[in-house]
Design a binder for this molecule. Structure first.
Ligand code: SF4
Length: 168
């Protein structure tokens, strides 16, 4: 049943949205919410969980290469990479910063995580949820106080709540 939802129903919803010219954000958000309802109760082990966040969460002036290795973050506090790193250390789960969908999928394959807490915009989350099935994705919508793809933000409490729910 879940296979049908992720492989047929979700792509059809996105396609129908395009055909009927519904704002992409609306169909993507519907899909994200439905995914989170379906996946919300799934449990996992710390070693198999990956927090995945886009590069735009990093402060745009920061020169530390957190994409190559997130521990290059000096924890200055100018962006939420510091806080996600703190969560990853606290719960002993992996954290990666990716520059795009392709790198995100590569990181996922390398880490062999079966549960992802994905932070991104509607478009990236919706496509990631479909593309990575059967991996369990807990989708967290980012905040964009400065517009698309620059100095984005995330509610750390929301991410921590998800981690606690998965590990319960
Ligand atoms: S918290 Fe880390 S990634 Fe963010 S600006 Fe500071 S050093 Fe750079």
């Amino acid at each position: 049943m879940t296979w049908l939802i992720y492989n047929i129903y979700f792509p059809v919803i996105l396609l129908a949205g395009k055909i009927f010219r519904i704002a992409p954000d609306k169909t993507e958000l519907y899909l994200i919410k439905l995914n989170n309802r379906l996946r919300g109760q799934e449990k996992g082990k710390a070693g198999k969980i990956l927090i995945l966040t886009p590069r735009c969460l990093q402060n745009k002036d920061c020169r530390n290469n957190v994409v190559e290795d997130v521990t290059n973050c000096l924890k200055c506090g100018k962006c939420k990479v510091k806080d996600l790193l703190a969560l990853s250390e606290k719960y002993q789960i992996k954290l990666a910063v990716a520059t795009g969908g392709r790198l995100a999928r590569q990181v996922l394959a390398e880490t062999r995580a079966d549960t992802v807490i994905a932070v991104a915009c509607e478009k990236e989350l919706a496509s990631g949820i479909i593309d990575t099935y059967p991996v369990v994705v807990h989708a967290v919508l980012n905040q964009r106080p400065f517009g698309q793809c620059v100095n984005t933000d995330v509610k750390i409490e929301e991410v921590e709540q998800i981690i606690q729910g998965i590990l319960k």
